[in-house]
Design a protein around this ligand. Structure first.
Ligand code: SF4
Ligand code: SF4
Length: 406
């Protein structure tokens, strides 16, 4: 797609990147068929091809309106369109660049500005979010059903292993996960300990930066990334990997190298941190044989696996969780339309509740049609969002392995 950048963006890093992405798009529309928001709304401008066209107009200097902002807001950034695209169009990066420009030109209504400011300030900061979350749980009965759904009962984390091992890996604690599901990282630490790997937390690391970056406060998001790099760097020589138990964080940390490529002080470190980063599902396959012999089929459950978009589209990781669970004796099922988003998508479920609920209910109907005892996933957002719509337990896949090994 030929693009003539307007003067305000021509010659900038964002302009060059956006132009290269646009040039790859041949406007074929294959991506539209696998776009969840297009499937629900049926509007070309609520599909990837239409959104790409809107962003192209912004880059070429056309007037930017609230309508453009609304269509870009409705995008989940699930990147299903990237997996489908035969031309390798990096839609996610183009959407980030386009949204930043639109945010600078279109003022949002007051209520939206307040909501987004609260999300940006509270969610990435553990010292704000954790007490708020605890207070919310205390007063749960007084809250609306919709709010109650957002406050799952967190499983007790249990003990963090104390043994030291020669093999060491860092793990990201993240922002909301320690309060909402502290058992996930503890379960990962116990499982890896059982296979001779010590999991370490760098206390000063926090939110991966995705929350603020994708709420269009990109500078604040980059600051979160720099803080994590500073926290991990002294340990980076001692560990073989930085493990992510939330695929939404993993996809972002793997992009630190790209996002900070123009930061003279951080570019090299950011690239190294991204190289070291692995989703937990990339670590566990090396232990499959031992896992199988230790469990000897003890984990014979019927499980529906929901692969998060940030894993299957963002990181292009497929089949690994299924392989580990099968080695543990689990009957793993993928549901119909497993490539589609569940509607969680970071803060999307709070900012676009109607679309998010529709997508959740479609996803749950497909997952439950497989007749599972348990639904498993690999991202805190998906886990909470899906659990809010079903009585069937929804859990992180590593927690199943942890329970069986215990
Ligand atoms: S993004 Fe890819 S699939 Fe979609 S219209 Fe462009 S070239 Fe076609
Ligand atoms: S990222 Fe997802 S919601 Fe957004 S245009 Fe692509 S497929 Fe559609």
């Amino acid at each position: 797609m030929q693009t003539k950048l307007a003067d305000f963006i021509s010659g900038t890093a964002d302009g060059d990147e956006a132009k290269a992405i646009l040039q790859a798009c041949v406007h074929c529309g294959f991506c539209t068929a696998t776009c969840p928001t297009y499937q629900i709304l049926g509007d070309e401008l609520d599909g990837p091809r239409g959104r790409i066209y809107l962003i192209k107009q912004v880059l070429e200097g056309a007037p930017v309106t609230r309508k453009t902002q609304v269509h870009l807001d409705r995008c989940l950034t699930c990147r299903s369109c990237e997996t489908t695209c035969p031309s390798g169009v990096k839609y996610g990066r183009l959407a980030d660049i386009g949204r930043k420009l639109v945010e600078q030109r279109v003022q949002r209504p007051l209520a939206e500005r307040v909501t987004r400011a609260l999300l940006k300030e509270a969610l990435p900061r553990k010292w704000i979010f954790t007490p708020l979350y605890k207070a919310g749980k205390l007063f749960r009965p007084l809250l609306s059903p919709a709010m109650q759904d957002k406050l799952p009962k967190a499983a007790n984390a249990g003990k963090w292993p104390r043994r030291e091992h020669a093999r060491k890996m860092l793990v990201l604690d993240g922002c909301v996960q320690p309060a909402m599901a502290p058992n996930i990282n503890a379960a990962a630490a116990r499982v890896l300990d059982a296979f001779g790997v010590q999991l370490i937390v760098a206390p000063k690391a926090g939110c991966c930066g995705a929350l603020r970056y994708h709420l269009n406060d990109q500078e604040a998001g980059l600051d979160d990334m720099r803080r994590n790099i500073d926290a991990w760097w002294p340990l980076a020589q001692q560990v073989e990997a930085i493990v992510m138990t939330a695929s939404g964080c993993g996809v972002t940390v793997k992009e630190y190298g790209h996002l900070l490529a123009h930061d003279g002080a951080y570019a090299d470190k950011a690239r190294r941190i991204s190289e070291l980063t692995r989703d937990l599902s990339e670590i566990m396959p090396q232990f499959e044989a031992e896992l199988g012999s230790r469990l000897k089929g003890r984990l014979a459950k019927k499980v529906a696996w929901h692969p998060p978009c940030t894993l299957q589209h963002g990181q292009q990781i497929r089949d690994k969780v299924e392989g580990v669970l099968r080695a543990a004796g689990v009957d793993v099922m993928l549901c119909a339309d497993s490539h589609l988003c569940c509607g969680s998508a970071g803060t999307y479920s709070m900012l676009q509740p109607a679309l998010a609920t529709e997508l959740r209910d479609r996803k749950l109907a497909n997952l439950l049609a497989t007749g599972p005892e348990v639904i498993v996933s690999a991202n805190i957002g998906c886990l909470n969002h899906l659990q809010s719509g079903t009585e069937t337990p929804v859990t992180h896949w590593i927690e199943l392995i942890d329970q069986a090994l215990a």
